[in-house]
Design a protein around this ligand. Structure first.
Ligand code: HEC
Ligand code: HEC
Length: 349
């Protein structure tokens, strides 16, 4: 009897030994990393061995994040000594032109219509600037035509690969305000890092997260990195468009959809022009307002929707606010015709 017992104990010990060995081996090969939805993407990519970005800031400082957020949203904050900073710009806040939450319907392509649909569903403004949610996860800024058309402009060139430079450029050129002090720039960066992408922001299934974890277990880190990065645009693309050759005709072959035009008018144009929020030029829902817009469409002048959407609008006398153009990624030819269809419809009603 005793003998068999000993034999059994040995068997059990061996069994546990093997089990333990497998367990230890498995946890070694994963590096202890198991991906879950609440994890920040940059950290995940870093532990998988991906390249670092030059706007990394290390430790997150809650106070700095709060100051950065205030600067971005209100244009003003308090410094360490509780003293109010100077207003960054008398004309705009950063949120005049940038959302601070995800506003893309398609994180991979940043498709214009997917964005409009998403903004409508989530009651977000449709703005010329890209969202700053997840901006730290991008690797270049002021892309595409900003680089091509402003070739030779050293600031734009520098801002292409440097988020800090991009912030400073926009503070001066877009917001038409003062440059940020170094600590304010740190604060805005800290704020941006506080709204970086999490795994859960990516539109992937639980099965796909499992798949990533399997790759990591098998030390196929490259596959995991590539898959994660394929889920969101690494940069915000920017293509400048033109108005139609013949403004009377509009873009040939394109039929406008007034419903979509209404979404654009309500969530974009009115966001800045209602009650003269950011502009001296007021837009509302009165028939006369639409008739005014309609009258100027064929003329291609300063009140033409083709003109202002494609080329922006200079500031009115005595005010240094201007209207930035929409790139094709933010409003394409179809959507401009949709807006026109809505203006036409409302001018009649
Ligand atoms: C009047 C509108 C406007 C205001 C105000 C504004 N921006 Fe911008 N910003 C833009 C536009 C348009 C771009 C062009 C690139 C894009 O976003 O697609 C841009 C680009 C940027 C970029 C580079 C984005 C990229 O991925 O290419 C950063 C960073 C930025 N702005 C930060 C700021 C900050 C910080 C403020 C406030 C101090 C600010 N912006 C105020 C319109 C504006
Ligand atoms: C980010 C804010 C913003 C958005 C969004 C915006 N505008 Fe503007 N718009 C401005 C500013 C600022 C001006 C400059 C005029 C001023 O300083 O009052 C301007 C100028 C204009 C002008 C010329 C006015 C003039 O006196 O010359 C028109 C027309 C216009 N916008 C129409 C539109 C339409 C249509 C849309 C929607 C597709 C739109 N805007 C979206 C901010 C904006």
């Amino acid at each position: 009897m005793k003998k068999t017992n000993l034999y059994n104990n040995k068997k059990i010990a061996l069994f546990f030994g093997i089990f333990l060995a497998i367990f230890i081996l498995a946890s070694f090969s994963t590096n202890g990393l198991t991906i879950s939805k609440d994890m920040a993407i940059y950290e995940v990519l870093q532990s998988l061995g991906d390249e670092a970005v030059n706007h990394e800031i290390g430790e997150q400082d809650e106070e700095l994040i709060r100051q950065g957020k205030e600067l971005f949203i209100n244009g003003i904050t308090k410094d360490k000594k509780e003293k109010k900073t100077k207003l960054q710009s008398p004309h705009f806040k950063c949120i005049s032109c940038h959302n601070t939450v995800i506003d893309e319907g398609d994180l991979k392509t940043m498709d214009a219509q997917a964005r409009i649909d998403f903004c409508k569903e989530n009651k977000l403004p449709i703005l010329q600037g890209t969202t700053v949610y997840g901006i730290v996860n991008r690797t270049s800024f002021y892309n595409g035509d900003y680089q091509k058309k402003y070739e030779g402009n050293p600031r734009i060139l520098k801002s292409h690969k440097d988020l800090r430079e991009a912030v400073q450029l926009c503070a001066i050129e877009c917001a038409q305000g003062r440059p940020l002090k170094n600590w304010e720039l740190d604060a805005v960066l800290a704020y941006f890092w506080s709204i970086e992408f999490k795994i859960g922001d990516l539109r992937i299934t639980d099965e796909e997260i499992e798949k990533i974890n399997d790759w990591i277990k098998e030390s196929e880190n490259e596959k995991a990195i590539d898959f994660i990065k394929e889920q969101y645009a690494q940069q915000s693309p920017a293509t400048f468009g033109n108005g139609p050759k013949d403004a009377r005709e509009g873009f040939s072959g394109i039929e406008g959809n007034a419903d979509n035009g209404k979404t654009i008018y309500d969530l974009s144009c009115l966001y800045c022009h209602k009650d003269k929020k950011y502009s001296l030029y007021e837009l509302d829902k009165h028939k006369m307002t639409f008739q005014h817009l309609k009258r100027h469409i064929p003329k291609y002048d300063r009140y033409s929707i083709y003109q202002v959407s494609r080329y922006g609008a200079p500031s009115s006398a005595g005010k240094r606010a201007y209207m930035p153009q929409f790139t094709l990624e933010k409003m394409n030819d179809q959507q401009l015709e949709d807006l026109r269809a809505y203006v036409d419809k409302m001018a009649k009603e």
